[in-house]
Design a protein around this ligand. Sequence first.
Ligand code: ATP
Length: 237
Amino acid sequence: MSTLMKVSGLKVAYGHIEAVKGIDFELREGEITTLVGSNGAGKSTTLLALSGLVKKNGGSIVFDGEDLGKLSPHKIVQRGVVQVAEGRAILTTMTVRENLELGAYTRKDRSAVGADLEHVFHLFPRLKERLDGMAGNLSGGEQQMLAIGRALMAKPRLLLLDEPSMGLAPIIVQEIFRILREINREGLTIFLVEQNVRQALKIAQRAYVLENGSIALSGSGQELLKDDRLVEAYLGG
Ligand code: ATP
């Protein structure tokens, strides 16, 4: 598998707080990579840096051979690096259809947009049923599905997710993870930030554990599920 994104020495600080302290990782094309760790470890900050939404203080982010460091968030999305926002961030007073259409607003290949909409309906039949309803009336799980669907409408080459399992019932979490696996099988590269360590490691080919802004462990998802240090710290012994 070739490297789609290579992150080297990434540093991000908020004033005097060093949230990310010079981390290295790579995302391989066609794989699910996960970044796990506890509250405040710096996971969200790392994702925001990849999307260009926070300024990095050092290091480089190279996507498909191009340094993203100087690009605006808008240009980064156009390159195909698309983030599903934490807390969904869907537009609750707009319809499901309008939310999905918004995901595609920067695209110039309008003819392909219709086909991608059909694909989103295939992945999330519930969204098709509720197409003309207000997004704010969807359940938490449906809103997360809409947020993922909207990101897919931007035609990502790399999909970034920040805790898609947050606040959802276990059965809905299973469903969301099943769909992530399906999208990945279709070829999409995924970078998944999660506090739900067990579920994330189960679906990830590659995993990194972030502690206090530094990478503490890395390996395949399967390896880390069996790693004593990780089991003790994150999986309840
Ligand atoms: P969570 O799961 O709670 O989102 P996280 O692993 O994603 O945790 P971050 O949100 O990246 O961690 O936070 C990393 C560190 O940076 C924490 O110490 C946090 O308090 C701090 N931090 C995050 N955002 C800001 C901000 N906008 N201003 C100042 N400090 C911040």
